[in-house]
Design a protein around this ligand. Structure first.
Ligand code: 13P
Ligand code: SF4
Length: 300
């Protein structure tokens, strides 16, 4: 199957991009692997006719918005992120009416419609930097409540308006699980993704995006880590750090949507070119601006 995929990639000038949360064999196959920010940024630099995006729907839409002339294929068309839908356009309009000086900041883990209604996009890797640089006093952060609280705590000069979205994978990790993992491995450092609840991030030795967690663990002198994010990240952590030990914080850290992408589905979309991301031009244009603004502000 791998040989067939490689041959089709060459023949069709296609590349495979994958998020760290997909299955290990898919990560191994990918030409580009990274967190949400890396995938968005890299999508603008790739010279290919086809991008096979191994991730959830919002990632495919982001790649398409940034590359309207390329064909973006989603191996699992039904791989959708529930959090991407956890905000309302009506609420955005309401907040805009209520506050003069407001920026609507949209975590990229959101639908293209929500991005289009926002002023700037962010990922967990650049949210703090970008929100800090915004001239606006009021920040309406959608859809994730936990990332919003993590940044709000660090920027007391801003007035945050919170939304109630959450990622079920990260939001369900508990302080009790971290405590139990810490008791079992007292020397381990606790690495937490900011999609976790504030009381969980408060227990962390390091808080950061998926790539941030990998970088921190790789550069750290510590030998053991408790990882409070989706399990898929273990593949890269162990690959880069064969002598270090990694433990999970709980036992529910699996994103079922990310795991829908398989080698079979990748081969199928490369053969058929089905499951293409198709979006209205007006929607793509509207979502393009906040995405580009993110890339520009993150690169500063
Ligand atoms: P990052 O890729 O920004 O770490 O976000 C994690 C995530 O939940 C992606 O779906
Ligand atoms: Fe969505 Fe959470 Fe899965 Fe990421 S890990 S795709 S935020 S449900």
């Amino acid at each position: 199957m791998r040989e067939k995929i490689e041959a089709l990639k060459k023949q069709k000038n296609a590349v495979i991009m994958a998020h760290y949360y997909v299955e290990d064999d898919v990560q191994e196959l990918a030409d580009y692997i990274g967190d949400s920010y890396y995938l968005s940024d890299m999508a603008t630099r790739i010279d290919a006719d086809i991008i096979v995006l191994c991730g959830v729907k919002f990632m495919g839409e982001s790649a398409k918005v940034l590359n309207p002339d390329k064909k973006v294929l989603l191996p699992a068309a039904d791989a959708d992120c529930p959090m991407a839908h956890m905000a309302e356009i009506d609420k955005i309009n309401e907040v805009r009416k209520q506050y003069d000086d407001v920026a609507v900041v949209c975590y990229v883990n959101s639908t293209a419609e929500l991005k289009a209604a926002s002023d700037v996009c962010v990922t967990s890797a650049n949210a703090l930097k970008i929100v800090k640089e915004l001239p606006n006093k009021n920040i309406f952060f959608i859809p994730d409540q936990n990332l919003a609280h993590y940044i709000a705590d660090k920027l007391p000069e801003k007035n945050f308006i919170f939304n109630d979205g959450f990622c079920h994978v990260h939001h369900t990790i508990t302080t009790e699980q971290i405590k139990a993992a810490k008791q079992a491995r007292p020397d381990a450092l606790v690495l937490v993704h900011p999609e976790c609840k504030p009381e969980v991030t408060a227990m962390a030795d390091y808080v950061g995006s998926t790539s941030g967690i990998i970088k921190f663990a790789t550069e750290s002198d510590a030998k053991e880590f408790i990882v409070s994010t989706e399990m898929g990240v273990m593949y890269e952590l162990k690959k880069r750090n064969p002598d270090k030990k990694f433990y999970t914080a709980g036992n529910m850290q699996v994103c079922p949507n990310m795991k829908k992408i398989t080698m079979e589905k990748i081969l199928h979309v490369l053969e058929t070119e089905q499951s293409e991301v198709i979006m209205d031009k007006s929607l793509m244009d509207a979502a393009h601006l906040p995405m580009i603004r993110m890339l520009e502000l993150a690169a500063k």
